[in-house]
Design a protein around this ligand. Structure first.
Ligand code: PEP
Ligand code: MN
Length: 341
């Protein structure tokens, strides 16, 4: 449900509506302040809510029901694109696409510093690197844990890039948040509501990757969980879905680029694309990056290593810094073309 306050509504009017909803229905209220008007969103089961009574409270312009399972993040609730600013880097809205680059996993201090320097020179805005890797096999490299995050944070400072890393478990959320600027929820954890809620409570932007089996409605419904914690600095990431039958013959996943314009229509949150996990093949990163930006993605997340063949994880999908530069340059040109539309 959405309650639209009149342009001249006072703080007291807003507080009165919030008190009314809390006391009569036991629901929480989300407050979104636009340039001219304030919107209130109810969180919880609104079956018992009397819309007509609410509409009569002073300062209320209208009150209406939104039936979608995601409301707080829905464009029908709040029409303006959200721009998320992290240490001067702007993600979303009409800003040029952001480029998040770095290795799949942080392997050593030397490795992340060398990659940070090279991706920065190639034009990357944000540095990525996994420290708690979600691996299928317990025998694979699991990441350096907290030590890796320390290296990532130092490299980000040294080369002037905000950082992002995955938080795989609820028990690590506070610790990971001490080191990184953006908390990543991996595709496997998109359905982990406790992890998403705890991450959202850290008051830092979070990046949620779409689970490979999730519908767009489910994806946005789990973003809604973060928003319901009062944190709307949410970056969505399309990273490929499970192919059916022999669809898996040539690529690791099927990169669902149609999700980009659909998600832009459904929500005001920024949506980026990860062509690395989405294809699993370095020879496809260039074309899929161009296609993602042409489709309207607000950015890309790309795995980069100076020596992909020696990488401890995801070598086959990693590209070199010079390939990254070629991608960033062409994507900036495509973005300019898009903005002429
Ligand atoms: C990653 O970005 O490091 C990662 C593991 O991706 P995903 O969660 O999309 O598989
Ligand atoms: Mn990876």
């Amino acid at each position: 449900m959405a309650i639209v306050m009149k342009p001249g509504a006072s703080e007291e009017d807003i507080k009165r509506v919030i008190r009314f909803v809390e006391e009569n229905y036991g629901l929480r209220v989300d407050v979104s302040r636009g340039e001219f008007q304030t919107l209130l969103g109810l969180i919880g089961d609104e079956d018992r809510v009397d819309f007509d009574r609410l509409a009569l409270l002073p300062g209320v312009e209208k009150a209406y029901r939104i039936t979608s399972p995601y409301r707080l993040v829905s464009r029908s609730f709040f029409p303006e694109d959200r721009v998320i600013e992290v240490k001067g880097v702007k993600i979303g809205g009409g800003n040029r696409p952001v480029f998040i680059a770095g290795p799949c996993a942080i392997e050593s201090r030397e490795q992340i510093f060398k990659i940070a320097r090279e991706v920065k020179e190639a034009g990357a805005d944000i540095l990525r690197g996994g420290a708690f890797k979600p691996r299928t096999s317990v025998h694979s490299f699991q990441g350096l844990g907290e030590e890796g995050l320390e290296h990532l944070a130092r490299a980000g400072e040294e080369f002037g890039m905000p950082t992002v890393s995955e938080v795989r478990s609820e028990k690590h959320v506070e610790m990971v948040a001490k080191y990184v600027d953006i908390l990543q929820i991996g595709a496997r954890n998109m359905y982990n509501q406790d992890l998403i809620e705890e991450a959202a409570r850290q008051k830092k932007p979070i990046l949620i990757k779409r689970n490979f089996g999730a519908s767009i409605e489910e994806f946005l419904s789990f973003a809604e969980r973060a928003a319901a914690q009062g944190n709307k600095d949410i970056i969505l990431c399309e990273r490929g879905i499970i192919p059916v039958g022999r669809g898996r013959q040539f690529t690791r996943y099927i990169l669902d680029l149609s999700a980009v314009p659909i998600i832009r229509g459904e929500t005001y949150l920024p949506i980026i694309v990860d062509p690395s996990h989405g294809t699993g093949r370095r020879d496809l990163i260039y074309s899929m990056s161009k296609a993602a930006i042409a489709a309207g993605a607000h950015g890309l997340m790309i795995e980069v290593h100076y020596n992909p063949n020696e990488a401890l994880s995801d070598g086959p999908q990693m590209i070199t810094p010079s390939e990254l530069k070629r991608i960033i340059d062409v994507c900036k040109r495509i973005y300019m073309l898009n903005s002429e539309d």
